[in-house]
Design a protein around this ligand. Structure first.
Ligand code: PLP
Length: 345
């Protein structure tokens, strides 16, 4: 078993975290709170929230069947967990990271923000995982490897057994972004997290769970890694209303029927679009979006906008030439999109 601490920047290993007023409170029957310079008049948000998000973590731990010690929660979505991974493991100007391409654009921006060079490895034919070339691209200063599965924008998921093999072969931290995992038949790496101390799994409430507006992202990792996240995060990084609202919604809602409906709509959309004259190819998807290759991407994009419908133009992304990315909408929205694309001349 690899010790993940060997990949951590020395300054991060050495630092002691900021101690909040609420950290120093060791319990007791307190009714007068004069430790944090808050406004004393109760209005629902005048108190600082729990910096450790204990109740929220317990809720997510039981939902995901893992331990609260394996969880980091980001109050700015999983983008926060992406940035912090660079800050924990990569020495600016010295270390590097490897990522598949095309993939989610935030890895590149977060790498650049932290002055880390990101070595991009193009996916194989049919967007298959280029495991051998990813490992070849890594050297002794490669601390992170980024894999998005299901991948954005290609839509396909990779076999979890191949990702596990990659974690085993890679001498660094493998980060697997599972933002779309709820739509994928290939499943999550969470059940094998215990076996791979150099694995970080990212998930979010922004997609299947329907809470993009609340900005809640999660990183799951070995307790030692989750502790590093806790050490360097902003102390009160998940606001109080978000903590309460997420607990309430996870307790009250069952997203499974919506996920099922979105998957069935995706498959319907995929079949219907394959027969539209302007569509050259519909790529297989394990997510809630489709990548399609079309004859005239810019014209079709403008045409759709003209008809009040916006999609994502990915036609200039290397590996996605001529492609648009379409999110699966409601049945009515999807019918409208199908009609528009079938009518395009
Ligand atoms: C949407 C998305 C995210 C999620 O981001 P949040 O910041 O949690 O909303 C993460 N990774 C990928 C690949 C995504 O497409």
């Amino acid at each position: 078993m690899k010790n993940p601490l060997q990949y951590v920047r020395p300054n991060i290993l050495a630092l002691s975290p900021y101690s909040t007023a609420r950290d120093e409170f060791k319990g007791g029957d307190i009714s007068i709170w004069l430790d944090a310079n808050e406004n004393p008049y109760e209005n629902g948000v005048n108190r600082y929230p729990d910096p450790h998000q204990k109740e929220l973590k317990a809720c997510i731990a039981s939902l995901k069947r893992i331990s609260p010690e394996q969880i980091f929660i980001g109050g700015a979505g999983s983008d926060e967990a992406i940035d912090l991974a660079f800050r924990i493991f990569c020495e600016p100007g010295k270390d590097n990271a490897v990522a598949i391409a095309p993939s989610y654009g935030v890895y590149k921006v977060a790498a650049a923000t932290n002055n880390i060079s990101l070595r991009e490895v193009q996916l194989d034919t049919d967007y298959a995982l280029p495991a051998g070339r990813l490992l070849q691209a890594a050297d002794e200063r490669t601390k992170l490897m980024w894999i998005c599965s299901p991948n954005n924008p290609t839509g396909n998921a990779f076999e979890t057994s191949r990702l596990e093999a990659l974690a085993e072969a890679f001498d660094g931290m493998l980060v697997v972004d599972e933002a779309y995992v709820d739509f994928s038949p290939k499943g999550s790496l969470l059940p094998v997290l215990d076996r791979h101390p150099n694995l970080i799994v990212l998930q979010t409430l922004s997609k299947a769970w329907g809470m993009a507006g609340l900005r809640l992202g999660m990183a799951f990792a070995a307790p030692a890694v989750a502790e590093l996240y806790a050490r360097i995060k902003y102390p009160y990084n998940v606001n109080g209303p978000t903590q309460a609202e997420v607990i309430r919604r996870i307790g009250n809602s069952d997203v499974k029927p919506q996920i099922k409906e979105i998957i069935s709509q995706r498959d319907h959309l995929s079949r219907a679009l394959a027969s539209a004259a302007c569509v050259q190819k519909v790529y297989p998807s394990d997510a809630n979006f489709l990548l399609i290759r079309v004859s005239r991407p810019a014209d079709i994009y403008e045409y759709l906008v003209h008809h009040g419908t916006i999609v994502r133009d990915r036609s200039n992304v290397c590996g996605c030439k001529g492609c648009l990315r379409l999110t699966v909408g409601t049945p009515e929205e999807n019918s409208r999109l199908i009609g528009l694309l079938q009518d395009f001349r």
